[in-house]
Design a protein around this ligand. Structure first.
Ligand code: SF4
Ligand code: SF4
Length: 385
């Protein structure tokens, strides 16, 4: 059964009243005490980068605390809870601590925080593109995942919501290796879908989306904070993402949602979703700014139609904004193709992209701490427009 209801409510602010709202959404979506009794429950926020909650890139600490409280209201007996996340960049105890600290996450969220860097191989023979994943241990060992995701734009996948948040179960820089291994964007999306399906094959996934303060523009980390004012819950990451895509005004254009439809993992239209709470039509925001990499015009679609080298030539590319770059080297470390180097310019270190091997994964843009990587359209497409 792949058509799960999605509970959707508007919500203006982060405060304790969220607990009841999320509990009611979980209950309406089908969460029961029996699902949780005696289970190992991993709570997976989105802490992709060390940035403060008001930037809109990471799960808000009040939202996380309320989501954990809501789950505990089911009164599960002998359940074990742990918060676990592998952010962008290296996965060491020191970096894990730093991410929790900067993102405002502490044990007051109601569950112990994971500091271990253990991971384990999980085989998934049914995978279409990827059949073997290395997964951080608290997630691999969990019976239930509470996926407390964030509603944002995303340069590679247009939106980052429930499905994309599962990429954070892959330890640290192995995420870059997966970008390199699946360098074609279609393969990468297929691998991500396999990852969610691998988790869904032996765990209960409870997906709750913090869509109160999100991000528009060059998400998932370098965009502009935007108040979307919504909270969504579903047992299906695909159905939740289908609803989120519609709310952001991107209906039919987010590639991960399109893939989920093609695989029969959600209805082929948001209008066919079972929506509980408020009407999706009433919550659509029609002026959300998409990432620069995803601004679609007829001409910008030509590369996809033509494919091959032309696709690479015409696609939006990352550029270092040399007036902002401070030469920290984070993009050098995060580039899966090792195609960025630090060069000396006027006595200062600056990043330089050697374009030949670039696979347009936009990891450099995602992980630059000071938003010094821009993505620009091909000059010919800009000229025509
Ligand atoms: S991560 Fe950003 S600031 Fe650091 S070197 Fe790269 S472009 Fe420059
Ligand atoms: S330069 Fe940036 S977009 Fe290109 S492969 Fe490296 S990280 Fe990805």
């Amino acid at each position: 059964m792949n058509h799960y209801p999605v509970a959707v409510n508007s919500c203006k602010a982060y405060n304790d009243s969220l607990t009841e709202l999320i509990y009611n959404q979980m209950k309406a979506s089908g969460v029961t005490k029996e699902m949780l009794d005696g289970k190992k429950i991993a709570i997976k926020p989105n802490l992709v980068i060390s940035k403060k909650p008001e930037i809109g890139a990471t799960t808000h600490p009040v939202f996380l605390r309320c989501a954990v409280s809501a789950l505990k209201m089911f009164g599960a007996e002998n359940a074990e809870y742990i918060v676990a996340e592998s952010s962008g960049g290296p996965y060491t105890t020191a970096t894990i601590k730093n991410h929790y600290s900067v993102c405002g996450i502490g044990e007051e969220c109601g569950a112990p925080l994971n500091y271990s860097t253990d991971a384990q191989i999980v085989m998934y023979p049914e995978g279409t593109t990827c059949k073997r994943f290395n997964v951080i241990s608290p997630i691999a060992e969990a019976d239930v995942i509470l996926n407390v995701c964030k509603l944002k734009t995303h340069s590679l996948t247009k939106i980052s919501c429930a499905q994309k948040n599962y990429f954070g179960v892959i330890p640290g820089i192995e995420k870059f290796e997966m970008h390199a291994a699946y360098s074609d964007q279609k393969d990468f999306r297929s691998m991500l879908c396999d990852l969610s399906e691998m988790l869904r094959s032996n765990k209960t996934l409870i997906n709750v989306c913090d869509g109160i303060l999100g991000m528009e523009g060059n998400g998932p980390t370098g965009g502009t904070p935007r108040h979307f004012g919504v909270v969504l819950t579903s047992l299906s990451p695909y159905c939740l993402d289908l609803a989120a895509e519609k709310i952001l005004g991107f209906e039919g254009t987010a590639p991960m949602v399109t893939l989920a439809k093609e695989r029969g993992l959600c209805p082929d239209s948001a209008d066919k979703l079972t929506v509980l709470g408020e009407s999706l039509d009433d919550l659509v925001i029609d002026d959300v700014v998409p990432p620069d990499s995803q601004r679609k015009t007829f001409l910008s679609q030509l590369p996809n139609i033509m494919g091959g080298k032309l696709a690479g030539f015409f696609s939006p590319k990352p550029y270092i904004n040399t007036s902002k770059c401070v030469g920290c080297g984070e993009c050098v470390r995060s580039c899966p193709m090792h195609t960025i180097e630090l060069v000396e310019k006027s006595g200062k270190k600056q990043a330089k992209i050697n374009r030949g091997d670039c696979i347009l994964c936009y990891c450099c843009q995602e992980l630059c701490p000071i938003v010094a990587v821009d993505v620009k359209q091909n000059f010919l497409i800009k000229l025509v427009h």
